[in-house]
Design a protein around this ligand. Structure first.
Ligand SMILES: [Zn+2]
Length: 235
């Protein structure tokens, strides 16, 4: 018996002498693990399926979870040609690997992940913009939406500085800020709002204040650590 899933490779480790254990993010079953046997030789039929970012239809034997065939739709080869793109794309895999639970379907996150990786691979954009937008979506999909226009406690429209409450992952104004808050500067706040509102295919039109994307990423990374217990190392 077997299953077919549409999936992307988000992790790979050695398995025995010639095999690989791969982690897949699948449309149908969320995060699953599978085994590729004898794929390390250059002649192996499924050798491309062990590479990160490989996307396609995976045919998997049940219950052994051995991959018997893969119809590759896209191996995202462009991501491996540019070291900056590669690091940002790896950060996306690290994010998704951290937030996903096994065998838990998450269609919006699956589509968003493919979208973000596709933009990094094929479009001429500031890749950090893509990463920020992606992180904002991840927080929203996982139930930790960040308020970017109005204080999430009193509803006052933000102007200037605002604050991230580290206990709850909420963005609040000066009047509502409590002890365990960190400041989000006006320019980082603007960067977050604009990136959230701009579609992926329009990101190339954005020009944010220099350095604001690094500030914004830093804030999101702190929030990610607080919400999911992992500091992203690839930023
Ligand atoms: Zn407030």
């Amino acid at each position: 018996m077997g299953i077919k899933v549409k999936a992307i490779v988000i992790g790979a480790t050695d398995y025995k002498e010639k095999g690989k254990r791969i982690t897949l993010f699948s449309l149908e079953k969320g995060k699953i693990h599978a085994t590729l046997k004898s794929v390390k030789s250059s002649k192996a039929k499924l050798k491309f399926a062990k590479e990160l970012f490989c996307f396609g239809d995976f045919f998997i034997e049940i219950p052994s979870m051995i991959v018997t065939n893969v119809d590759i739709e896209n191996n995202m080869f462009e991501l491996t040609k540019d070291i900056d793109k590669y690091y940002i794309a790896c950060a996306i895999l690290e994010i998704v690997n951290t937030v996903l639970h096994e065998n838990e379907q998450n269609t919006p996150l699956f589509l968003e992940t493919l979208r973000a990786l596709g933009v990094i691979a094929y479009e001429d954009v500031n890749d950090k913009y893509v990463l920020i937008k992606y992180l904002l979506s991840v927080f929203a999909f996982m139930g930790y939406s960040l308020a970017l226009s109005n204080c999430c406690i009193c509803g006052e429209k933000f102007s200037g500085k605002r604050y991230l409450n580290l206990d709850f992952g909420e963005v609040v104004c000066l009047a509502c800020k409590s002890a365990n808050c960190i400041e989000i500067s006006a320019r980082a706040g603007t960067a977050l709002k604009l990136l959230n509102e701009t579609e992926y295919n329009k990101l190339f039109t954005l020009k944010l204040a220099k350095g604001s994307e690094d500030e914004a990423l830093n804030i999101l990374n702190i929030n990610f650590d607080r919400r999911f217990g992992k500091k992203l190392k690839l930023l």
